[in-house]
Ligand binder design. Structure first.
Ligand SMILES: [Fe+2]
Ligand SMILES: [Fe+2]
Length: 172
């Protein structure tokens, strides 16, 4: 028997026999996935000046990182690396769309980041980008007094930490 599950971080739904261990769209952990009929997903949040500034920066970070990953998916000289960077590009693009909804923007701006042909250089750059993102999201979560904004920042800390482990595993 399949069910409809929904991620409360990105709001997207998944059909399956069991909830996935991570959201297939944004990578959120299983604790954020529930049956769609029970899921409460809200993007209509009043933003403090600090939350708004952090959300604007988060949108830029996610656009930049997804652009880098899609570039790496094309150019990196390793077949598994291509798959990894494409998967990460899709997840970061989903994160950009979370911030687009929070900021009530019509569209996601486009990025102009470049990448490398050497897979190891792309893995190193991934590691640096994810490290910066995690630090920023951790600080932003601590700075927010709104439970929904804090929830999104905290979920993103977990997701980007998973990405960090993917590059660390391959750089050993
Ligand atoms: Fe999600
Ligand atoms: Fe992200």
């Amino acid at each position: 028997m399949v069910k409809l599950y929904r991620c409360i971080i990105c709001g997207d739904a998944y059909v399956g026999a069991n909830p996935p261990s991570n959201c297939a769209f944004c990578g959120a952990h299983m604790s954020y996935i529930m049956e769609a009929k029970e899921a409460v997903v809200n993007f209509d949040v009043p933003l403090s000046a600090k939350d708004k500034a952090n959300a604007e920066h988060a949108l830029k970070v996610e656009v930049s990182n997804s652009t880098f990953y899609f570039c790496a998916a094309e150019k990196t000289n390793d077949p598994e690396g291509k798959l990894l960077f494409k998967a990460l590009g899709k997840i970061e693009a989903e994160h950009a769309s979370i911030w687009r909804k929070i900021l009530k923007r019509g569209s996601v701006p486009s990025g102009n980041d470049t990448c490398h042909t050497e897979n190891v250089e792309n893995l190193q750059e991934s590691h640096a980008r994810e490290t910066r993102a995690i630090e920023f999201y951790r600080k932003s979560a601590a700075e927010s007094s709104h439970p929904r904004i804090r929830q999104i920042f905290e979920a993103l800390v977990e997701i980007e930490t998973d990405h960090l482990h993917l590059s660390e595993e391959r750089l050993k």
